[in-house]
Every structure is written in structure tokens, then in C-alpha cells.
Design a protein around this ligand. Structure first.
Ligand code: F6P
Length: 345
């Protein structure tokens, strides 16, 4: 078994509330074992550039309520860089890193998964506001993002009602509609559109007209940035992709608002929550989940459980193979969405 003396930690992909909770927990647990911890800056980019500095308890003791990541992040994919994977492995050796904690979503952990097969010891921690990672009940950051979207829609209710308006609220989540479904339900949106279930814009417009006819002269429509429709085509806002091949989303609310106004005659506005959902202080839930996952990651290293990810399963935090987590996206099941749609109208 590898004798561990020094570990590295990096945060990759989109930031989210709770990353600092994980970093703090890893540092506390690892230094408790007597190990050194290196904070790698800018995700996998930092491993390509050997950009890292030691992290002590003193460095992390006050970061728990802070949003973002003190280590910074990037969407760098070493497998898209000539000789990148070997460079990461060589740099890990040079820096004396016995195991690397990769905190990220499907992209960051996908890289960790491939690198473990090339001989680099890695453990994973599941992060993303999208909640679309497999093999874990929840990712940290998700609950805070849902709360932000819920608060925003609560506010939209009062202004929409005052003006007799429809407001379309665009919610992040790429190809998974978890956030739109949960925040839409929590904020009693009158309709929700997500990528997994192609909803009908006609039905939504009929619902809006009915509301106005019966005197409820406003409506809140929650839409996932990657939503698809059974009877309406939204032209892709952009063809621009990141290093992992993801199309840059955003803009569906504007197109939808225009179309709803045209079809219903009701004055319609759009709001794009965008990166607001990733910013600010984590809820207590995400601080605790991040802390539990980070602590577990260090514990897994101590037990030699490499190529594994700390995962939330019911009440327990336990190791699962990273491979299992990145196998396929965890999307919203039809039955879950049916529950939410009971309250449309
Ligand atoms: O994966 C997290 C996420 O916030 C998605 O919901 C969103 O589509 C994407 O990142 C935005 O990425 P960027 O910060 O690169 O604009």
C-alpha cells in the first residue's frame, strides 16, 4: 500500500457554494493524519503548470461560510492538451503528491478516472449545482443553488402579480432539470420546462390564458437553460463549446418570453438567473455535506481506497468507484417530474 505523506487537492469546473467546506475538511483530516496538503490552483490547469502551494489549518479555518473556491478553478481538460495527461502525472511526482483529491463534477472526475488508470492515485468529491452526477444522492452546492432560484422566483411572483405580467425565469442545469424542477416546485411556478421531458408550449399558453380569464392575471414560468419542447424549436443560442465539448447555454427565456407574449397577448418578461445561482455563501446543508464528503475523502486515502469517490447514500457517506459516478448523467426521472407538474396551472 502507498505510504501517504503528502496529498494534493484541486477544484475543477464551475464553482459552487460549499467548495471551501470540502477544502477545509480535507486539510483538517489530512493534517490530523500528519500529512502535508498542497492546494493546486485552477483545477487541472494547476497540475499541468505545477501551480500549487501548501495549505495549513490556519489557511482554511475561516473559509467555511465563503462562496467560490480559495483554490480557484478552470475548465481545463488535460486530455485536450498535447502530452497533457503524462505532464500531470510527472508533475504530481515532482511535487511529491501521493494522492490527489479531485473536487468536481462529471468533467473533472472524468479526468481523474482516466488518470487513475494511468497510475495516478486520485479520490473524488462530487460537486455541481446541477446535481447530475451519478452514484450519489446529492452533490454539494445543489441545495444552495435551488434556494437562490426559489428566493428569486418568490420575488418574481409579487412583481409579476402587480403588473399583470408573465415572467419566464431561466434556471441553470445544462442537460438536467433538477434545479428547475425543485426550485419551480418550491416557488410554486405555474409551469416548468426541463430538458428531460419535452413540454408543450401550447399547453403552457392555454394555462396562462385560463389564469387570466379567471382573474389570476399573472404567471411564473420556470425554464431550464437546456429545456426542449414538444411543439416549439429553440434555436441554440451558441455553438461555442468548452474544453469538455459542452455548448455554452443561455438565452432560452428570452425566446420563450417573446413567443408566449405573441401567443397569449399577455405582457411577458424574462429573467436569467445565470451565475447568481453559483455565487455567495453556502447554506448550512451544503457546508455540512461538503464537510462530510471532504473528511471522507481523506479517510479513503488513509484506507488506500483510491479511484473512489465519497458519495452520499441516504444518511451515509461512503466510497463508490469514480467510474460509476461518471458513467452516465443523473437526470430527472419522469415520475419525479410528474409530481411537480401536478401543481401547474
Ligand atoms: O455545470 C454548472 C453550470 O453552472 C451549468 O449549470 C451551466 O450551464 C454552466 O456551468 C455554465 O458554465 P460557465 O460558468 O462556464 O459559464
Amino acid at each position: 500500500m502507498t505510504e501517504v505523506k503528502k496529498i494534493g487537492i484541486l477544484t475543477g469546473g464551475g464553482d459552487c457554494p460549499g467548495l471551501n467546506a470540502v477544502i477545509r475538511a480535507v486539510v483538517y483530516q489530512a493534517t490530523g493524519y500528519g500529512w502535508e496538503v498542497l492546494g493546486v490552483r485552477y483545477g487541472w490547469k494547476g497540475m499541468l503548470n505545477a501551480d500549487a502551494a501548501p495549505l495549513t489549518r490556519h489557511d482554511v479555518e475561516e473559509i467555511l461560510p465563503r462562496g467560490g473556491t480559495i483554490l480557484k478553478t478552470s475548465r481545463t481538460n488535460p486530455f485536450k492538451v498535447e502530452g497533457g495527461p503524462q505532464k500531470v502525472i510527472d508533475n504530481a511526482k515532482k511535487m511529491g503528491i501521493d494522492c490527489l483529491v479531485a473536487v468536481g463534477g462529471e468533467d473533472t472526475l472524468g479526468v481523474a478516472n482516466k488518470l487513475t488508470k494511468m497510475g495516478l492515485n486520485c479520490v473524488g468529491v462530487p460537486k455541481t449545482i446541477d446535481n447530475d452526477l451519478g452514484a450519489t444522492d446529492y452533490t454539494f452546492g445543489y441545495q444552495t443553488a435551488v434556494q437562490i432560484a426559489t428566493d428569486a422566483m418568490d420575488r418574481l411572483h409579487t412583481t409579476a402579480r402587480s403588473h399583470d405580467r408573465v415572467i419566464v425565469c431561466e434556471i441553470m442545469g445544462r442537460h438536467a432539470g433538477w434545479m428547475a424542477t425543485d426550485a419551480g416546485t418550491a416557488a410554486s411556478a405555474h409551469w416548468i420546462f426541463i430538458p428531460e421531458v419535452k413540454g408543450s408550449l401550447n399547453d403552457c399558453c392555454d394555462m396562462i390564458k385560463k389564469r387570466y380569464q379567471r382573474g389570476d392575471r399573472y404567471a411564473i414560468i420556470a425554464v431550464s437553460e437546456g429545456a426542449e419542447f414538444s411543439d416549439f424549436n429553440v434555436a441554440e443560442a451558441s455553438k461555442e463549446t468548452d474544453a469538455f465539448g459542452h455548448v455554452k447555454l443561455g438565452g432560452v427565456a428570452k425566446t420563450l418570453a417573446k413567443e408566449i407574449e405573441k401567443r397569449t397577448g399577455c405582457e411577458t418578461r424574462e429573467v436569467v438567473l445565470g451565475h447568481t445561482q453559483r455565487g455567495g455563501s453556502p447554506l448550512a446543508y451544503d457546508r455540512i455535506l461538503g464537510t462530510r464528503l471532504g473528511r471522507k475523502a481523506a479517510e479513503m486515502i488513509q484506507c488506500g481506497q483510491f479511484a473512489m469517490m465519497a458519495s452520499l447514500r441516504g444518511e451515509r457517506v461512503e466510497p463508490v468507484p469514480i467510474e460509476e459516478a461518471v458513467k452516465e448523467l443523473k437526470t430527472v426521472p419522469q415520475t419525479y417530474f410528474q409530481m411537480a407538474s401536478t401543481f401547474f396551472g
